[in-house]
Design a binder for this molecule. Sequence first.
Ligand code: SAM
Length: 339
Amino acid sequence: MFATAVPGLARLAGRELETLDGVRVTGYGFDGRSDVVLLDVDRGRRRQLRSVRTIEDLFAEVGRTLRTDGDRPHWIASRTWQPERVQRALSIWAEEAGPLTPAITFRVIARVLQETSFLRTDLRRELAAAVSRDKRKWSIADPARLEVWISEYAPGRLVAGIRLSDASMRQHRGRVTERSGALRPTVAAAMVGLAGPAGGLLLDPCCGSGTILAEALAAGWEAEGRDADPAAMDVSRRNVPAAAVKVGDARRLDLAGASVGACVSNLPFGQQYDVQGEMGQWLAAVLAETARVTRPGGRVILLAPQLPRSVVPAQLRMRERHQIRLLGTKTTIWAYDRA
Ligand SMILES: C[S@@+](CC[C@H](N)C(=O)[O-])C[C@H]1O[C@@H](n2cnc3c(N)ncnc32)[C@H](O)[C@@H]1O
């Protein structure tokens, strides 16, 4: 099997996947649009993959090949569409999507890392032709009931599979109300995962529509949010009624020292939301507050393109950081231990 994740999130998705019994990560890649995680899953252990919160899509693999074995789209298509493995993948698909009728609509999605020997669209056409030769009653449509994906997940290495997931995998339970600047739920889940095992209260001091709070609750934390914008309160209350949210300023939190187990936040960075005053001073004030309210041994996890050392207080010790790409823009998840 294989899964896709937001660019830069594969290792964190792999970490979550490896907590599951009978699941082994066998490799990582990037297909130009998404990170790719290759998996071995023991028979009877697939269902639990539905609960994974850091992946965007899940696929039942039908074949793998190398460009060095013949770099023509026609050959690649016939090497990856292996009818025996296809049958196995289709039975996994039918467990998720319901019975497979003989006449079904399908479409092919192809992603390649370079187009010197052929175009991505040539590979898509040849794979669709290979599918049609094998499954004569299937017809091409868009949208289609079944999606066949082929991804060059590392230079010269391709994997093909049948998509098992739908949008609910990446949207989780979805937001009742949208607000601009909302975080992708899989990224929020990865950030909450970095906060460590659930223990007490998790605070998002710039909670917006409440995506991080929803993930915190799902992971077993109690969740509280603050946001400077009163309009965000209506949205976050609707999206996460079980979290306590209030208007508040992340630079001056109304919470006692060492009162929360973790602070997790997607900071405003001048794209949809601006900070008040000079950025360096704003960040220094917010990080000082997160360090003050987080108990020693807790963690502070922040999403921001840059956090210069000069804004990080001495009580926060860098644990790890992950550069990711959201809507084509580079940003970073910063994880600190509260000393
Ligand atoms: C990038 S958005 C957060 C989006 C959120 N993670 C979500 O999924 O909807 C940043 C938020 O910071 C809020 N904000 C800006 N300045 C603030 C401050 N001084 N204190 C608290 N919140 C602030 C903005 O109103 C905005 O909702």
